[in-house]
Design a protein around this ligand. Structure first.
Ligand code: SF4
Length: 367
């Protein structure tokens, strides 16, 4: 069986190479090839001896993911990729470039999702499987390679500066990261590792539906990763109707865990709030939300909902979105409306469902 190299940390790479009769320092070279040089083929690793390159070609795979389809939108500034995983499940990731200096990748951590939020395309699939550590990393490496190779050309075509590397990661693709905590965390460590991908923790954001044990665990990790919490309602009755997870961890439990995270990290938390016409977007609920979060080191990110086929819900009208924003701000809570990207290729927030038909739009996840 082939070893998948992005599944292995430096210690495991060393063990494998030693088993193959290689000196320990080769692991460091290989690690650098994978995370800094971004080699996509062992034969590109010219600092390794030919014999080892051949052995890697025959006994190892650089990664597990197969790119099934790429789509672009927003004049090439949004790029969505559909991946097929071993075993047949498909997942998606999205690159969003914000000239002149930001390039964010939205990464998936599970194929499907077990959380069942009623407004979410991914939730309709149920959980198909967890995404392995190496498969999480591969989604990032793919777009880093893309930017290195294409930033100059894109910049020339659009006549704006385009970063030639990823500046931010958001774990907001398909799935609930904290339901796959260990695999996700090992990916974060390697993406953050100075000898690895070397992206600062403050440039990473994880979004959770509100698994309080995950929030507390993250708070204790000692890395300043940003936290986004999907709230979507300011009271338990409404939140339970929209998000079954609220029956396990209600708003009080959730906010206790969030306060703990703030206390430990001193980082500002984002509360995500998808606006659904007539459901959770009234002035009374805006005032309730403002009162709930008043005084907390946080801000509210309002997300205009992107329709999911087969769901009897509607997107809030623009005036209601703005009125809701003002209602929250009136309590002194910072509140913004998310700028939409990739709607025409269903790469917008709340639409990822990885439907692998070339004729039907792929739907992105809903946080
Ligand atoms: S919103 Fe997030 S947590 Fe809820 S079902 Fe969708 S993917 Fe899962």
């Amino acid at each position: 069986m082939h070893v998948s190299l992005y599944e292995l940390d430096q210690t495991l790479l060393k063990a494998v190479l030693q088993e193959w009769g290689q000196p320990a320092f080769r692991a460091k070279q290989l690690y650098k090839q994978l995370y800094s040089q971004l080699a996509s083929d062992p034969q590109q690793m010219t600092d390794l001896p030919q014999k080892l390159r051949d052995e890697l070609s025959s006994r190892a795979a650089i990664g597990n993911l197969t790119c099934v389809r790429e789509q672009t939108a927003d004049d090439g500034l949004t790029r969505k990729v559909l991946w097929s995983l071993p075993g047949g499940a498909v997942v998606e990731s999205v690159l969003m470039i914000y000239p002149p200096d930001r390039a964010t990748v939205c990464v998936s951590t599970q194929a499907g999702c077990a959380m069942g939020c009623v407004f979410c395309a991914t939730g309709k699939l149920g959980l198909l499987r967890n995404i392995e550590t190496g498969e999480i990393i591969e989604q990032v490496i793919f777009f880093e390679r893309y930017l290195r190779q294409h930033a100059a050309e894109l910049s020339h075509r659009l006549d704006v500066p385009i970063p030639d590397h990823i500046t931010n990661l958001v774990f907001m693709g398909m799935g609930e990261p904290f339901a796959n905590y260990d695999r996700w965390w090992r990916a974060v460590e390697r993406l953050n590792d100075q000898q690895g991908f070397n992206l600062g923790a403050r440039h990473m954001t994880v979004s959770t539906v509100g698994l309080v044990q995950g929030i507390r665990r993250l708070a204790d990790e000692g890395l300043q990763i940003n936290l986004a919490v999907s709230l979507h309602a300011p009271n338990n009755a409404l939140r339970s109707a929209l998000m079954p997870v609220n029956d396990r961890f209600d708003i009080d439990d959730l906010l206790d865990a969030v306060r703990y995270y703030i206390e430990r990290t001193n980082r500002r938390v984002s509360f995500e709030y998808v606006l659904l016409e007539g459901k959770n977007d009234t002035p009374e609920l805006a005032a309730q939300l403002g009162a709930l979060l008043k005084g907390m080191l946080c801000h509210v990110n309002l997300i205009p909902w992107n329709p999911v086929p087969g769901t009897p819900l509607e997107r809030s009208h623009r005036e209601r979105v703005l009125a809701f924003q003002q209602g929250v701000q009136a309590a002194g809570v910072p509140c913004t409306v998310r700028v939409e990207r990739g709607v025409e290729i269903a790469a917008a927030c709340g639409q990822l469902a990885a439907i692998p038909s070339p004729t039907s739009p792929i739907e992105l996840h809903a946080r």
